[in-house]
Each structure stands twice: as structure tokens, then as C-alpha cells.
Design a protein around this ligand. Structure first.
Ligand SMILES: Cc1cc2nc3c(=O)[nH]c(=O)nc-3n(C[C@H](O)[C@H](O)[C@H](O)COP(=O)(O)OP(=O)(O)OC[C@H]3O[C@@H](n4cnc5c(N)ncnc54)[C@H](O)[C@@H]3O)c2cc1C
Length: 334
């Protein structure tokens, strides 16, 4: 198997990984970017992105990613369609294995993202980005004056459903149980909103839509879990708010994670008020995007339990690259 030496290996090619690639490439660090099985990341699933700064008319998700990749390549990033199957962060150089090669890296930037949980229906994937969405903040504004349904029952579902009432005329809230898991204050606020119609003990069985004049959703088939009754209802959009799964299995126990498996970085620890943990503050200097392993940095949705936007992923991708660059420089000084 080919062994390749690199100053920086970046895992992931969404907004975070490609932004980190642009910055590290411009710093002459010749980054290797392993794009993973979903080259381009989550934005490849969407059509128009209207909230990425610099595009007053909006930009297609795949076009935005394509441009980021070209920009990184222009400055010397080596982008490869490979997936990290195994890593060893126990000593330096760090080792990353793919099916094609073994990389020995002085530093690693992890930008492996997170995957929104879905219902497991083939139809929901067919209409993903064309009427089915996993991000109300991203797509809510497309549903002004329309009827939407949101599946979920936790705090983020309550937050996203409340956000949707700013645009949609009606928001059906579909939940498998007979009450929300969200905190009482959020649940009360949501259910007091006259635009919100809860459908308790209900599951979505199918997403219905049309290909004409373009792919779009026209309704859903739902099942009442108490009575077993199946019915169809007309809606214009379906939002899923049933959680996210960070892509961190490959790191096993080698890095500190939240209970939900998101990578912990120094800035996340500071945000949670635990940055004074001696294990984090004394072992190595103050790099906000550093993981629990010195020389391994993380950015984007893989560390983000809250914002999950293209611009925040790009922003932390930039921060990771700058942290990584300073840390590598500190090695040469000492
Ligand atoms: C349908 C949809 C629409 C959206 N619309 C908007 C919008 O309009 N505006 C907005 O701001 N945000 C939007 N978002 C959210 C936005 O896409 C994410 O916040 C952003 O993509 C996160 O970027 P990331 O680089 O952290 O991770 P991701 O985009 O998730 O990329 C992760 C990358 O890691 C790679 N990877 C995973 N495991 C490995 C491995 N083991 N080895 C190597 N690589 C690996 C994957 O192949 C992928 O390239 C949308 C999301 C979705 C799903």
C-alpha cells in the first residue's frame, strides 16, 4: 500500500473541510483532502442556498461546493476521492488509512460532518431538497403562505416548528408519542401558536409528490399509531427534526466526544463552561478548534450541536486551519 507523507490531512469535503483546505493551501501546507463517501457533503443534497453571504441571487449548493473545491485546488490542495477507514492518533505522525493508501500526517483537521436522521423511507430521499428538508433555518423561507409538516418532538423540533410559523400558514407537528419531549417552556410556546396543529401518536408512512413541472412534494401518507388508520394529507413541504448523527465512528475512543458522539473541542468546552478542566487547559495551548488529541483539530457540523449552517461550518473550517498552521509553526520553534 502506498504511503504518503503530509503536513496536514483534512478529512471531509463539505464547507468546513474545503474552507480549511483553502486556508492551509494558501499557507503553503500542501493539504491532502480525503473527500469521503459523500464528496461535497450535505450541500450536494440541496438546490438553492439563499443565506451564504456573497450571493444575492442565491447559489446552487453543488455549485458553491464545486467553486470551493476549485479554489482549494488552485492553491495546491490535493483532493482525493478516498474515505478514512482507520486512524491512529496515539503518536505522531498520525496515521490515516483508506482503501488506497496510508497517510502519515503531522496534523489532522477533521471535518466529517453530521448526517440528519431520516425516517428511512425511499420517497423521503427521492424528494430530499425538493420539498423534504432537514433544516428549517435553511429552507423555511421557501414556504411563505404554504402548508408544511414537521416530524419530531424534542427541543430542536419545537424550535424549528416555531421558526416555520414565521412563513407557513399552517404547520402540522407530527409526533409518535402523545406529548413533546421538548422542555415545557418551548412546548407550551409552540402549542399556543394558532398556526401549529399537533398530530399525536402519528407516523409518516410515505411522501407523495410529482415530477411536473419540477420535482415537488404534494402530500404525505400518515398512520395513527393508536387506531392504525392510514390517511393522506396535502402539504407543500415536509421537515424532519429527529436529530443528527455525527460522523465520528472511525475515531472510536481516541478523541473526546459528547454523549451524542459529536467531537469536543476547546471552544465547545468553553461554551459548556468546562474549559477550566485541567486535562484541557494544561496539556496544550489555547487553540479553540483543538480536539482532545494535540495536533488534531475539528470543525463544522462534526462539532456543532447547535448552529449547523454552511457559513458556520466554513467559519470554523477557517479557524481550524489557522489553529493548525500556528500549532505546526510552534513545533518548528521548539
Ligand atoms: C438538504 C440540506 C440543505 C441545506 N441547506 C442549507 C442552506 O441553505 N444554508 C446553510 O447554511 N446550510 C444548509 N444546510 C446545512 C449545511 O449543508 C451544513 O451545515 C454543512 O454542509 C456542514 O458542513 P461540514 O463541512 O461540516 O459537513 P458536511 O457537509 O456534512 O460534509 C462532511 C464531509 O465529510 C466526509 N466524510 C465523512 N466521513 C469521512 C471519513 N471517514 N473520511 C473522509 N471523509 C469523510 C463526507 O464525505 C463529506 O464530504 C443544508 C443541509 C442539508 C442536508
Amino acid at each position: 500500500m502506498a504511503i504518503k507523507r503530509a503536513q496536514v490531512v483534512i478529512l471531509g469535503s463539505g464547507c468546513a473541510g474545503l474552507t480549511a483546505a483553502i486556508y492551509t493551501a494558501r499557507a503553503n501546507l500542501s493539504p491532502v483532502v480525503l473527500e469521503g463517501r459523500e464528496a461535497g457533503g450535505q450541500l450536494m443534497w440541496t438546490t438553492t442556498v439563499e443565506n451564504f453571504p456573497g450571493f444575492p441571487e442565491g447559489v446552487l449548493g453543488p455549485d458553491l461546493i464545486d467553486n470551493m473545491r476549485k479554489q482549494a485546488q488552485k492553491f495546491g490542495a490535493d483532493t482525493r476521492f478516498e474515505h478514512a477507514d482507520e486512524v491512529d492518533f496515539s503518536k505522531r505522525p498520525f496515521v490515516i488509512r483508506t482503501s488506497d493508501a496510508e497517510y502519515h500526517a503531522d496534523s489532522v483537521i477533521i471535518a466529517t460532518g453530521a448526517t440528519a436522521k431520516t425516517l428511512g423511507l425511499p420517497s423521503e430521499m427521492h424528494f430530499m431538497g425538493s420539498g423534504v428538508s432537514t433544516c428549517a433555518t435553511c429552507d423555511g423561507a421557501f414556504y411563505k403562505g404554504k402548508v408544511v409538516a414537521l416530524v419530531g418532538g424534542g427541543d430542536s423540533a419545537a424550535e424549528e416548528a416555531t421558526f416555520l410559523t414565521r412563513f407557513a400558514d399552517k404547520v402540522y407537528l407530527i409526533h409518535r408519542r402523545d406529548r413533546l419531549r421538548a422542555s415545557k417552556i418551548m412546548a407550551d410556546r409552540l402549542l399556543a401558536n394558532p398556526k401549529v396543529i399537533p398530530l399525536w401518536n402519528t407516523a409518516v408512512e410515505d411522501v407523495i409528490g410529482s415530477e411536473e413541472p419540477h420535482r415537488h412534494v404534494t402530500g404525505i401518507r400518515i398512520k395513527n399509531l393508536d387506531s392504525g388508520n392510514v390517511s393522506e394529507m396535502a402539504i407543500d413541504g415536509l421537515f424532519l427534526a429527529i436529530g443528527h448523527k455525527p460522523n465520528t465512528e472511525v475515531f472510536g475512543e481516541q478523541l473526546a466526544k459528547t454523549e451524542g458522539g459529536f467531537l469536543l473541542t476547546r471552544s465547545a468546552m468553553a461554551w459548556k463552561g468546562t474549559a477550566s478542566d485541567p486535562a484541557w487547559s494544561e496539556t496544550y495551548p489555547n487553540y479553540a478548534t483543538s480536539t482532545s488529541s494535540e495536533g488534531v483539530f475539528a470543525c463544522g457540523d462534526v462539532v456543532d450541536t447547535h448552529y449547523r449552517q454552511a457559513i458556520t461550518a466554513a467559519g470554523t473550517g477557517c479557524a481550524s486551519a489557522l489553529d493548525c498552521e500556528k500549532w505546526l509553526e510552534s513545533l518548528h520553534k521548539s
